[in-house]
Design a protein around this ligand. Structure first.
Ligand SMILES: [Zn+2]
Length: 125
């Protein structure tokens, strides 16, 4: 999939892949995040601007969907088929959900911002 305007054709999927891997969606050279969930205002390599793009609730929605669909079925299967001690159940599953959430959330934000940027979609101020 590609989106074109008068002077530039931007391929959407490569931009998303670069952003999810933590690199600039435009050039793939500069860093995409300046902190855990804060994207850079401008790429240090190509100068493309990302600070004005807002992903809103999209990354949280995607993260909840993925974590819920991964953790809950495994939790239900394990808890119904194996007799694990209560304290293990009360530590393993919340920590698993927390680790997955902290891993997926910045990547989900990068995905949404890269898609918004590549498609010149609403969300850019
Ligand atoms: Zn760049």
């Amino acid at each position: 999939m590609s989106v074109s305007n008068s002077s530039l054709t931007v391929r959407v999927w490569p931009a998303i892949v670069r952003a999810v891997s933590g690199r600039c969606p435009a050039c793939g050279g500069g860093k995409f995040f300046k902190s855990y969930l804060r994207q850079v205002d401008r790429c240090s390599v190509c100068g493309e601007s990302f600070g004005q793009i807002h992903a809103d609730d999209g990354p949280a929605w995607l993260t909840i969907g993925i974590v819920g669909h991964v953790v809950v079925p495994i939790l239900l299967f394990t808890e119904t088929n194996y007799n694990s001690p209560f304290w293990i159940s009360m530590t393993v599953w919340p920590l698993t959900a927390l680790a997955l959430t902290l891993t997926i959330l910045p990547r989900a934000k990068a995905l949404f911002i890269a898609a918004i940027w590549a498609m010149k979609a609403p969300g850019i101020e």
